[in-house]
Design a binder for this molecule. Structure first.
Ligand SMILES: CC(=O)SCCNC(=O)CCNC(=O)[C@H](O)C(C)(C)COP(=O)(O)OP(=O)(O)OC[C@H]1O[C@@H](n2cnc3c(N)ncnc32)[C@H](O)[C@@H]1OP(=O)(O)O
Ligand SMILES: O=C([O-])CC(=O)C(=O)O
Length: 470
């Protein structure tokens, strides 16, 4: 088969069945059609930018930055979101409150409830705010694609030791699902590079579709009976909640909010960057995002949400034993013990943000609305009152304010979701969306292998010696 007919066959396969009504008349523009219309223009724009301005200097790099984890070094193209140190994240230009105002919700009315994850997938991929009808077609398509989880994955997950960390299991599960990759097959078959994005999109939508079952199987296996029950009459998040074993409309709303706000945080964060880096080698989207999951599993990144709960549990345990109340004074005492032991306060600080994370703020607002009297919610509120002052006094931290991980666990705990070792898996279900929507554009724009330059300490010493005024 020549590559043109293969590509047009793929495009036909990609059209969601729900987009064509039972009459066979297509009434709305599908996700694939929207993207197909955008790709040539975006490719041309990027080529023009490179041609006209490619040699312009946008920054310098100091030795501090080279040693210090490349903070602030501008070296990555990222379409889907942008992070401002003061304001926080914007998804395709929209802040979180703006997304909450304009994106379709479960009730169908924007602003009435939390946005659907499918709305955000559409927004991040296309930069357009979808209609509820468009979102519904995507929900139906993802439900249909969920059958593409290879049959060996659940038995493999069932065979894993229950005490293996849920993130390790998640990574194994997604790596194992890679046998279904269309991208890997297409590459092996020798498709031309201008078609890579078509196969990448196929894989990306399939990853979105199958990861709830991987994640839910891990949860049900490790903590319960291993039984996963779907309800595909619901949206992506609602169905995921049923698969996890939760059936509470308020928890469904929390999960919609949770899954939307954790999706994307521009390109430099470790999980997104890893996905982008691994994808740049033309590893397929399954392998690329499995690598991203391994980055998310680190305690300075996504694992911090479990560490926050662990920290609060240890705090409660200590003062209960001592017969003391958990209040501003005891929290301050415990925070100083942590800092003096040269450990971090989980959920505080950030590599880019210099103000309270708006993802913290919207979760706090959810808490104020749904659980203002919850004892753990109140502890988090008290921590928020004292911690910025403590960290400022400590004097090392560039940002003394809370990040997203500081609040997420407490909200889950309120609904009885107390298995905090699992929390980062939920983060991983959401982060797939940001990392992989960008990976689609990486391939559509033909971005090259990522390969920055490193230097030895000897080179740096000699550079510094020979360039006293640099
Ligand atoms: C989804 C996310 O990934 S959000 C981040 C989740 N991670 C956490 O919440 C873990 C706690 N926070 C941290 O460890 C850090 O703030 C990070 C990793 C998020 C950012 O790291 P950096 O950009 O290096 O932070 P910063 O420039 O403020 O670090 C300066 C010093 O303050 C320390 N510091 C930063 N945050 C904290 C904190 N919460 N508690 C104690 N010390 C801290 C750093 O360890 C560093 O110490 P060092 O000079 O001895 O190495
Ligand atoms: O931006 C970062 O470095 C970390 C973070 O908050 C995220 O990835 O969500």
């Amino acid at each position: 088969m020549n590559s043109l007919s293969r590509a047009s066959r793929l495009l036909n396969n990609l059209k969601p069945s729900a987009a064509t009504a039972s009459t066979g008349v297509r009434s709305i523009t599908t996700l694939q059609e929207t993207l197909a219309a955008q790709v040539p223009g975006k490719q041309a724009k990027l080529a023009a930018l490179k041609k006209e301005h490619g040699s312009k200097v946008i920054g310098k790099v100091t030795i501090d930055q080279l040693i210090g984890g490349a903070r602030g070094v501008k070296c990555m193209l990222w379409e889907t979101s942008n992070l401002d140190a003061e304001e926080g994240i914007r998804f395709r230009g929209l802040t979180i409150p703006e997304c909450q105002q304009v994106l379709p919700t479960y009730s169908g009315k924007a602003g009435d409830g939390e946005p659907l994850l499918e709305s955000l997938i559409w927004l991040l991929l296309t930069s357009e705010v979808p209609t509820k009808e468009q979102v519904d077609t995507l929900t139906a398509e993802l439900h249909e694609r969920s059958s593409k989880l290879p049959s060996h994955v659940v038995p493999l997950l069932n065979s894993l030791p229950k005490d293996m960390h849920p993130m390790t299991q998640f990574s194994i599960g997604l790596n194992a699902a890679q046998t279904a990759s269309s991208f890997a097959k297409a590459y092996a078959d020798g498709v031309p590079k201008n078609e890579y994005h078509l196969y990448a999109l196929e894989d990306i939508l399939n990853v979105f579709a199958v990861i709830p079952e991987i994640a839910a199987t891990i949860y049900r296996n490790v903590y319960f009976d291993g039984v996963v029950t779907k309800d595909q009459s619901l949206d992506y998040s609602g169905n995921f909640c049923r698969m996890l074993g939760y059936n509470n409309p308020s928890f469904d709303e929390l999960m919609r909010l949770y899954l939307c706000i954790h999706t994307d945080h521009e390109g430099g964060n470790a999980s997104a960057h890893t996905t982008h880096l691994v994808g740049s080698t033309l590893s397929d989207p399954y392998l690329s995002y499995a690598a991203g999951l391994n980055a998310l599993a680190g305690p300075l990144h996504g694992l911090a949400n479990q560490e926050v709960l662990k920290w609060i549990q240890a705090l409660q345990e200590k003062f209960e034993k001592e017969g003391k109340e958990v209040n501003a004074d005891t929290i301050t005492e415990f925070a100083w013990e942590t800092l003096n032991a040269k450990k971090v306060i989980p959920g505080y600080g950030h590599a880019v943000l210099r103000k309270t994370d708006p993802r913290y703020t919207c979760q706090r607002e959810f808490g104020l609305k749904h659980m203002p009297d919850d004892p753990l919610f109140k502890i988090v509120e008290t921590i928020y009152q004292v911690m910025p002052g403590i960290l400022t006094e400590h004097g090392k931290v560039a940002n003394p304010y809370p990040n997203v991980d500081s609040h997420s666990g407490v909200l889950l705990w309120h609904y009885g979701f107390t298995q905090y070792q699992y929390y980062t898996v939920l983060f991983g279900v959401s982060r797939a969306v940001g990392g992989l929507c960008q990976l689609y554009w990486d391939r559509a724009l033909g971005l090259p292998l990522e390969r920055p330059k490193s230097h030895t300490p000897e080179w740096l010493e000699s550079f510094a010696k020979n360039n006293p005024d640099a």
